[in-house]
Write a protein that binds this ligand. Sequence first.
Ligand SMILES: [Zn+2]
Length: 252
Amino acid sequence: MSTPQFLTSALLPVPHGFATRAGGVSEGPYASLNLGFSVGDERPRVEENHRLLARAAGARLGALCRVSQVHGDVVLEARGEADEVLRPTLGEADALWTEGEGSWVAVGTADCVPVLIVDPRGRRVAAVHSGWKGTDLEISARAVEALEARGSRPEDLLAAVGPCIQACCYEVSAELGDRFRARFGPDVVRAGEKPHLDLPLAVKSSLVKAGLKSGQVDVLQACTACDRERFFSHRRDAGRTGRHLNFVLHRF
Ligand SMILES: [Zn+2]
């Protein structure tokens, strides 16, 4: 068995990763590193995948903080100590952050946009799940605001936008295209017979509006729908697929 493989961003100065599907024990449509409990996979396999992830990340399983994602714009702070078992989610939210040493925060995705944010000065880390609804609600900006409320400065933040469904594969309705064009400008919709939405660009636009400069945001060029070997894709696989975890450790 191989070990979990992650994509990383050269911009982030702490351990982090955007997990691919490689290196887990799940089978069939969940092969192999499925980290979603609510997608129809066998629970013991998903639990084992979390153990493998923690080992590969060099982190304690009990220090992993997650949320129950609901496509909203709520941001939660993760606190507290941990033993060696996977803790329940903090509650319903789509972003979480921590300033607790040794903690790590993560969000699950399979086409939606994962965003990891690091404040090297204030020593805070955040993870954001931004599908089209969360992007429309500008949850990435809400996460920046939550960090600011605790003393972070936007000019210190570094953000990485991970693998997600990209404009090549993300055809949307004319209505949704118009909505995003109005909010984020013409570049977020690729014109053609049917509009194609550039979600990561919209997310970057939110982060820039929140005070980050363009150079503080790294957008990884990896489309979950294009790359069947490396990624789960909710759209490509018609809903029967696994979930990736995208994580960042509080280890400065
Ligand atoms: Zn694609």
